[in-house]
Every structure is written in C-alpha cells, then in structure tokens.
Design a protein around this ligand. Sequence first.
Ligand SMILES: NC(=O)c1ccc[n+]([C@@H]2O[C@H](COP(=O)([O-])OP(=O)(O)OC[C@H]3O[C@@H](n4cnc5c(N)ncnc54)[C@H](OP(=O)(O)O)[C@@H]3O)[C@@H](O)[C@H]2O)c1
Length: 242
Amino acid sequence: MKTAYVTGADRGLGHGLTQVLLEQGYRVYAGQYMPGWEQLSALKEEYGGRLTLLPLDISDPGQVAAAAGVIAGNEASLDLLCNVAGIAGKAGRGSVFDEFSESDYEGMHRLYDVNTLGPLRVTRSVIDLIVRGEGKTIITISSEAGSVGGNWRNGEYGYCMSKAALNMQSAILQHSLLHLGVKVLCLHPGWLRSYMSGKLNEQATEEPLEVAYKIAGLLGDKRLMDLASPMYMDYRGMPLSY
Ligand SMILES: NC(=O)c1ccc[n+]([C@@H]2O[C@H](COP(=O)([O-])OP(=O)(O)OC[C@H]3O[C@@H](n4cnc5c(N)ncnc54)[C@H](OP(=O)(O)O)[C@@H]3O)[C@@H](O)[C@H]2O)c1
C-alpha cells in the first residue's frame, strides 16, 4: 500500500489532499493543528486505520520530531510528502510607504517560521523514509506570490518573501535529491475557497478538493514527474517563473 504524509490537513487544501489520497488507496499520516475542527475526524471515521492523525504544529521542532517518530515506527518508507500547512496573516502587508510596527516584524518572523522553515523541518524529519519509498515525491505548496520574476505586487512583503524563500528551498532540495531519484514539486494551488484569512473565502475561484484532485493527477503525468522537468508550476501543471 502506498503511504503519504500531509501537513495542514485540518481544512482547506491539506484536507482535500488527505481525502483524495485516501480515496486513491493510500495509507495517510495527517498533521492535525486544530483538534477542535471536525473535518479531519469525519475522514477518520470513514477510513479508520488507513488514516493516522498526528498532532502537528510545523513550527514546533518537538512536534515535528514526534510525528516523524510515529511514522517511522509504523512504516519502513514513505511514498509521498505533502507540505501544505501555511499561514497568511496581516504582518507586513502594507507598501514601503506604510508604517511597519514591531508587531509587523514579529509577524513576518512568524510567517517565515511557519511557511518557510516549517516545510524544511518536516522534510528533514522524514527524508530517509522518502528516499526508501517507491513514490519518491515531495509536494510543497508554495504560491505564485513567491515568484520573483512574476511579481506584480506593491506590498505583502511578509507572505511573498516567505514563499519566495520556500521556492528556493524547493530548488535546493530538488538539486540535492536528484541523484536519489526524488522528485520535488513546488506548486501554486490557485485562489482557494479556504480559510487562510481565518474565515471561508467565498469569493475565491477554486474549491480545495477539486484542486487536490488536479494535484493528485500531476503525479501520474510522466512528463511533469521527470526529474529534469521544471518543478515550479500551478496546480494544472503550467510552469511558473521563479
Ligand atoms: N488560499 C489561497 O488562495 C492560497 C493561494 C496560494 C497558496 N496557498 C497555500 O496553500 C496552502 C494551504 O492553504 P489553504 O488555503 O488550504 O489554507 P487553510 O484553509 O488556512 O489551511 C491551512 C491549514 O494549516 C493550518 N496551520 C496553520 N499554521 C500551522 C502550523 N504552524 N502547523 C501546522 N498547521 C498549521 C491552518 O490552521 P489555521 O486555520 O488555524 O491557521 C489550516 O488548518 C498554504 O501553504 C498556502 O500558503 C493558498
């Protein structure tokens, strides 16, 4: 049975990917950040032993290590890691002409800690399992907001810089894992009807579950999965500029 580990699985895209992977027969380890949120428990009721919920704040090294310990205790390998957890927040959203307070700078540190260092912590914690797996795939959910070449914004420093650095992390990872046959995909998921602003964004254009199906579909595209193919793209497989 194929195995996967998904972070930020409570709601939004992480939940969608967890559901799709379970439907496709994977055994899934899902990072749970919001134990009071019921969507993940509903999947647990439906899929029972094929879904393991792990308490996970990706900014907490102890929780990241504990989650990896549970997975390593159960599995000799992992086929797929999906780094999905991320935050937006208001820190550093203004333009260079706006006043930035100390709390803006603190908030931007938090964005970097979660959006950039979080995926690195998680990837490092299970990299040996990924290398031993058959799927050998790491999906990192970034954003078009991390594209330097494609930038059109006058503000949003905190979020954009955290995702640009995540793109660099993904590029270094891909470079360092090529000889081991591990493919890294760094994806923009579109504008999601999810909870990044704290409440459901009903104006956004993409349903997280539909995007999750499309992302799972990318895994079956031999051309995209070729180690020499570009790794930064949107959820439909359209390449993006770094
Ligand atoms: N939404 C968009 O339009 C959009 C566009 C481009 C890229 N993305 C990226 O897509 C990914 C998924 O976002 P989404 O739209 O599905 O957002 P979401 O609905 O907010 O889902 C993200 C989940 O991760 C959780 N989380 C927050 N901090 C965490 C931490 N430290 N450790 C573990 N989990 C944590 C969130 O909890 P809380 O709700 O309590 O924070 C939430 O349950 C993110 O990486 C985001 O940057 C989203």
